[in-house]
Design a protein around this ligand. Sequence first.
Ligand code: SF4
Ligand code: FES
Length: 283
Amino acid sequence: MRLAVEVWRQHDADAAGGFETYEVTSATPEMSLLELLDMLNAELVAAGGAPVAFDHDCREGICGSCGMMVNGRPHGPEDNTPACLQRVRSFSDGDRVRLEPFRGGSFTVLRDLAVDRSGLDRVIASGGYTSTPTNAAPEAASLPANELEAAQAMDYAACIGCGACVAACPNGAAQLFAGAKIGHLVHLPQGRVERYERVRTMVEQMEDDFGYCTNYTECVPACPAAIPLQAIAELNRERRRALWHQRKVDEAPEARPKGWLARLRTGPWWQSDPDDRPMPTER
Ligand code: SF4
Ligand code: FES
């Protein structure tokens, strides 16, 4: 297959970048996108040029390091598939394939397609620790977890931290990512000890590094881990729980409104303290 590969070339974070087009004449349909770049790099190096810088590690959809924009879509033409698992067969002979770095939020281009995504790491680090019992291994099933809650936690834990949701979002928001990270801990008993502090600090850090979600929902089809939009609702619900909890801590019992004044202030039951309501799967 013959492909015209248009690649963003930028020497470093301060340099001006631009597209350069290279002809690749011996691509095969079963090659991955990263193998196409490997082939291009081998040709560039053989000709005395500089190879295209791009991030990659596992090449099997686990590490989340390979993100790039392919013809304007995060990761490439196949939905919910990371760049390393995208195949050249998605293109036709003679096509142009335009490769650009992820942009959005605090992402900065380090070189060519390689991007500084440490903003995502800062969001995770700001969440701190989870309290884990040490010493002897606990008895099996001594921490009972609702089966549906455990399954939900596993679904959120599938987030590979690639940043495609940020790159896809017109606001550069990281709500899907942060929602998955908050959601996977909050659905298990082990993650509930530092629950309120964690959500407050993670949301604060997320807002420092990224834009704010206005429900474009562009993030969901771009996500290689198929994290559902529900993760954003999860984040908002947990944030509200944390605010209510903080208000309880801040307000001395005697200063809290009582009777009709309390009802006026808290509104009807659906606006009441979410702490007092069961989790959706427990209703
Ligand atoms: S939510 Fe999806 S797109 Fe966003 S970082 Fe996680 S895996 Fe990547
Ligand atoms: S290289 Fe690890 S997810 Fe693509």
